[in-house]
Ligand binder design. Structure first.
Ligand code: SF4
Ligand code: SF4
Length: 235
């Protein structure tokens, strides 16, 4: 069934049940997101996809469109700045030294920072000390880059038992990403690459990978995160 909604005042037809991020992308409007993976259920943990729906701020990845919905993405300066502030907050909560990071050029947080025109965080940097976890033979966790999106927790499982390999321990500023090293040791190289690619930042690092791609040929240097997101909708 189709419904009519407006995005930034433009009336469009959308498939009922599709979420706002997907509907916007289908119509050439990019909404950033760091936790949503297309086609997968999403908790809306990162909030960087915040838009206004009938005047209220909501996470676009969690809201299915419905008849008559009025969605503001780029028309409203307050919501544009709120998304930028949320990206800045993620930078200030971790330790992000992009030039020396293995994920630089392939990192969704970094690429989103460019997309929202971030120059520097307006929030004080916390420099929270978080210990690197090297226990597994396959990956290491650079914990101070984790943005707690939960992608790895929900989507990476042991192939034999279905058990989760990653988990989040603690709450708030005491949260940390954890790995079951025994299960992680059984991961195939493909699974390791999948987990590392799935992580939107440089927290889950494939121990065999390092700095594979030369500067200038890295994923988001070839094509921006915005163009990639919109392109997926038109394949
Ligand atoms: S995880 Fe991304 S944002 Fe953080 S240091 Fe690495 S490249 Fe930069
Ligand atoms: S390790 Fe990566 S994928 Fe897992 S919660 Fe942290 S940022 Fe998300």
């Amino acid at each position: 069934m189709s419904v009519r909604v407006t995005i930034d005042g433009q009336e469009i037809q959308a498939r009922s049940g599709d979420n706002i991020i997907d509907v916007a992308a289908q119509n050439g409007v990019y909404i950033p997101s760091l936790c949503y993976v297309k086609g997968k259920p999403c908790l809306g943990t990162c909030r960087t996809c915040s838009v206004k729906v009938d005047g209220s701020v909501m996470a676009a990845c969690t809201i299915p469109v419905r008849e008559g919905m009025e969605i503001e993405v780029n028309d409203d300066a307050e919501i544009v700045d709120m998304r930028k502030a949320l990206v800045e907050l993620l930078f200030s909560e971790g330790n992000h030294n992009c030039p020396s990071c293995e994920k630089s050029g392939r990192c969704e947080l970094q690429a989103t920072g460019y997309e929202v025109d971030m120059m520097v965080s307006r929030f004080p940097y916390r420099f929270t000390p978080r210990v690197v976890d090297h226990a597994s033979k396959t990956v290491f966790l650079q914990r101070d880059r984790c943005i707690f999106c939960q992608r790895c927790v929900d989507m990476v499982r042991d192939e034999r038992t279905g058990k989760k390999i990653f988990s989040i321990k603690g709450r708030g500023t005491h949260s940390s990403i954890e790995i079951d090293a025994e299960l992680a040791n059984e991961m195939t190289p493909q699974q390791v690459r999948h987990a590392s690619d799935l992580c939107p930042v440089g927290c889950i690092i494939d121990k065999t990978q390092g700095y594979d791609d030369p500067i200038g040929q890295r994923k988001f240097e070839i094509k921006s995160i915005k163009d990639r997101a919109l392109e997926k909708e038109h394949r």
